[in-house]
Write a protein that binds this ligand. Structure first.
Ligand code: AP5
Length: 215
């Protein structure tokens, strides 16, 4: 199955994409995770991307789509869930061209939605494992041991772009950039919207039920 997960920062795309990828045995492709990896490794791409990310701005489309193409092409046959991409109409069109080349198609585009107060609360409390990138939250998803990852024991940190001023900029940019994108997928008849204000497992059940009904 080939899925796109859309939604504003903090709505739970990474959390839900992880659950879906494991349970459907498909590849989880997160452009945010790929970019953060490049930043950690201090590559040229990472150095360029960091300035955009820390200001809450989008990284240029051509950088993103070259990265996605490199990752998608060798792995697409097992199915995939795209998390955080496409984010602009241009990215959606380039993705369409890549999939046509591969003779592959999209099954669903799922948009998760939640109120702005929920998004800000989730982002400002998010903590991420430095080693395995598992996601936690200071209130909603606490690790067993304070500051340490349950899975691998790695140190938990707060993302640079999870400061309140940057969060607000990211939310504004999301609203500006994604309107055309939603219309694009609605016209294709594969677009679903799911309320993601419940806990992670409740949201996962809603997504799962929608996928099962539409199959
Ligand atoms: P990216 O990493 O994609 O960030 P984002 O879209 O802003 O989304 P987030 O990762 O912040 O949130 P999420 O929806 O995944 O929520 P999560 O599951 O972590 O991108 C970062 C930056 O990279 C962008 O700003 C841009 O600069 C650049 N970039 C990336 N892709 C790009 C592209 N295609 N084009 C251009 N630039 C691009 O959950 C958040 C918190 O809430 C966690 O603490 C979690 O534990 C908790 N939580 C999750 N679900 C629930 C729940 N149901 N109940 C309670 N708590 C929950």
């Amino acid at each position: 199955m080939n899925i796109i997960l859309l939604g504003p920062p903090g709505v739970g795309k990474g959390t839900e994409a992880n659950l879906i990828a494991v349970r459907l045995s498909i590849d989880h492709i997160s452009t945010g995770d790929m970019l953060r990896q490049e930043v950690r490794e201090n590559t040229d791409l990472g150095k360029d991307a960091r300035a955009f990310m820390n200001r809450g701005k989008l990284v240029p489309d051509e950088v993103i789509m070259a990265m996605v193409q490199k990752r998608l092409v060798p792995n697409f046959s097992h199915g995939f869930i795209l998390d955080g991409v496409p984010r602009t109409l241009n990215q959606a069109e380039v993705l369409g061209e890549i999939l046509t080349e591969l003779n592959a198609h999209l099954d669903f585009v799922i948009e998760l939605e939640a109120g702005e107060d929920v998004l800000i609360e989730r982002l400002s409390g998010r903590r991420v494992c430095k080693k395995c990138h598992a996601l936690y939250h200071t209130i909603n998803m606490k690790p067993i041991r304070d500051g340490a990852c349950d899975r691998c024991g790695g140190e938990l940190y707060q993302r640079d772009d999870d400061k309140v001023a940057t969060i607000k900029r990211r939310l504004t940019i999301y609203q500006q950039e994604t309107h055309g994108l939603k219309e694009f997928y609605k016209k294709k008849g594969i677009f679903l919207t799911i309320n993601a204000e419940g806990n992670a497992e409740e949201t996962f059940r809603k997504i799962h039920d929608c996928l099962a009904l539409k199959k």
